[in-house]
Ligand binder design. Sequence first.
Ligand SMILES: Nc1ncnc2c1ncn2[C@@H]1O[C@H](COP(=O)(O)OP(=O)(O)O)[C@@H](O)[C@H]1O
Ligand SMILES: [Mg+2]
Length: 596
Amino acid sequence: MQIIQQLYKLFNRRERLQLSVLLVGLIVRACIEMVGVGSIAPFMSVVADPSVVETNEWLRKAYVGFGFESTTSFLIALGLAVVAVLAISNAISALTIWAMLRFSWGMHHRLSLRLLKGYLSQPYSFFVQRNSAQFNNSILSEVQTVMNGVLSPALNVLARFLVVVALIVLIILLDPLLALATVLVLGGAYGGIYYLVRTKQRRLGRQKVQANEKRYKITGEAFGGIKDVKVLGREDAFASRFAPYSWTYSQATASNRAIAQLPRYLLETIAFGGIILIVVYYLSAGEGIARILPTISLYAFAGFRLMPELQNMFGSFASMRFSQAALDDLTDDIAEFKPRGQRDESTEPLAFQQSIELQDVTFRYDGGETPALDAISLRIPKNHTVGLVGPSGSGKTTLVDLLLGLYVPESGAILVDGRPLAEPTMRAWRRQIGYVPQHIFLCDDTIANNIAFGVPPEEVDHKQVERASRIAHLHDFIGSLPDKYRTVVGERGVRLSGGQRQRIGIARALYHDPEVLVMDEATSALDGVTEDAVMEAVSDLSGQKTLVLIAHRITTVRDCDRIFLMKDGKVAETGTYDELAEQSAAFRAMAKLEPA
Ligand SMILES: Nc1ncnc2c1ncn2[C@@H]1O[C@H](COP(=O)(O)OP(=O)(O)O)[C@@H](O)[C@H]1O
Ligand SMILES: [Mg+2]
């Protein structure tokens, strides 16, 4: 029941409506099923003893009413009617199954999409704390498990339950005592087995989810770091890390399937043995075969219909138990999604006219004791070029992550033209910033699509791509490629040199023509000559755009209007290159200058 509630919460209004329509269909189906099975009895009694046409009031009325001439033609008509009812009943069953599949797979799609959107709209800090395997696993694998293991079975149970009730009502109408015996024996057996295995099923389900997450994590790491895996020869190491989880996963799934399916063989024996016993019982009570044949055939047919329904219900319950862990995880994840708030969906960049200012900004990472940024104040006027330098760990990346709005300051404020940076305008603000990280992530796609990263291919503005490429000094190189802008870069850009990748990164940052360009050690991995060439592209922009350059090599920021030397989350010194070279020993040491 708790599972059903959890599941129900996942539906939206439209899905709840669809579900009610489905329910009506299922009730109709159960009723027709009852009529279909019930129609066997009169037919069989006429077969066994045609004289009942005279004695039974209902049959007599039908016989006379439709003007039959002989019992044979009546029998044929009756037979056809039974077949017709069965055909309708089966057609409706097929229809409801089709509707159920459509519903649950539609749900599969909507739930995966909702999870992906939900995850993607989480703040950056959410991702820093988790690994990507978890997301992949939840979106692709767990949704699948929940759909196949909980939703489909739940719908199944509902459909089957209604049919079972209809069939049992039918048997009660004919023979209450025997109906009771059937319910007790079959229901009791299935109920008993379920009671015995439910805890085990739940435990197996939990094991499966955990093993599955590990499987995704290990394969993700192996293929993500394939170069290291190869060079270090760690293929077997990854395979043996993978093996135990893969084994647990398979074993848990196998046990679950076995538990769900095996009782069938026991129950079939009981049910069909039971029919034989009933025959023997009636015969020994002195009943003639003609009198008991209709009842027996009804039971046989009802059993033939009832058994698979019961088996299926049992299997579904077992499966729901097994998949409960996946459902728990999924509902937890969805509950954890913070509401998006009044998010700004506008595509208009925020006007930026004067300056960006940090006022006493302090920031601490989750669980961090010392602040990564400690009461920092600085001002970046529009169209100035500033450099951030300092030892590794001094807070440079953290500072620009805050500027990008990826993190929110613990105290203090970030002001753009005097207005504090806040969530409602964050999207608009980010459209004003081009960001070039140290490692450019490239998709296995064309150069044009990599520059217009994430823009749907048909919406890529090729003029902008070319403009950005020219600024990034990439246009001539692309012109030399066989397919020009349509050249595919290969997965993660394996076909490009480091300098070319960084230029693609710069072109990507410039595609939207931002006012501010932030480069976080974007050229640090390059050799000096390549770096100079890349920086030449950037220096074309100085005075026209606001540039924030984080650099490893002091020479990179030589021409900046202002350099901030950071240390332990603070701005230790500020000035132009020449001023700092004169005043600061630390700066001279970093720049490897001779003491003044
Ligand atoms: N995701 C994070 N979680 C916790 N601490 C972090 C995280 N990222 C950086 N830090 C810490 O914050 C400080 C500043 O790091 P960072 O801004 O990356 O320095 P820089 O870019 O100057 O090398 C360091 O002490 C680092 O250990
Ligand atoms: Mg850094």
